[in-house]
Design a protein around this ligand. Structure first.
Ligand code: GLN
Length: 192
């Protein structure tokens, strides 16, 4: 099984390492042809406006939009912004693959980056809290009726799932645990 990692900009390499630790092969996605044969795809953190610009510039936009509408995908931070149906602060175009509304840079300047334990919801598989690394993170402000919350921080959703799509506003690739990558790998295996 081959999992793609969108590699236009941002925190790309740590995801490849995580997948390697789990015995899963990955491919960096930079051009439309790189999408062929992938079981799923990670859209990493970085700067969503830059990614948006590069996606359109490289002619990846339409093919990626189709891919994310069908296959398992996990958007992290800027990647979650790309997957959301609505993006505000400021308004921004997106792939509209998940029924969530997201607000960019929502934790404000004084609190741009921080680490905190995250609380699992009853929809997550165990009760252990996990570490959340937040870097100029967005907030998920609206979740549609089919969207499950997996983890919260201060009562607000920070990781959600809708069918075979995941969105998280923090960076598990920068924490020690492989648990969330394992969960995504399972989603990809189930959809083969
Ligand atoms: N602030 C970034 C954006 O709006 C997201 C930050 C991140 O991915 N860590 O795209």
């Amino acid at each position: 099984m081959l999992i793609g990692i969108l590699a236009l900009q941002g925190a790309v390499d740590p995801h490849g390492e995580k997948l390697k630790n789990l015995g899963i092969e990955s491919r960096l996605v930079k051009h439309p042809k790189d999408l062929t044969g992938l079981a799923g795809m990670i859209l990493p953190g970085g700067e969503s406006s830059t990614m948006l610009h590069l996606l359109k510039l490289r002619g990846l936009w339409d093919d990626l939009k189709l891919f994310v509408s069908e296959k398992p995908c996990w958007g992290l931070c800027a990647g979650a912004i790309l997957l959301a149906n609505e993006v505000t602060s400021p308004n921004q175009d997106s792939l509209k693959a998940m029924d969530i509304g997201i607000v960019r840079n929502a934790y404000g300047r004084q609190n741009e980056s921080f680490v905190s334990p995250l609380k699992p919801s009853s929809d997550w598989m165990d009760l252990e809290s996990i570490e959340g690394v937040f870097i100029r993170a967005p907030k998920i402000k609206r979740t549609g009726s089919q969207v499950k919350t997996l983890f919260t921080f201060e009562g607000e959703p920070v990781m959600v799932q809708e069918g075979n799509k995941l969105a998280s506003t923090f960076h598990p690739e920068l924490s020690e645990s492989n648990k969330l990558h394992q969960y995504f790998v399972k989603l990809c295996q189930e959809s083969l």
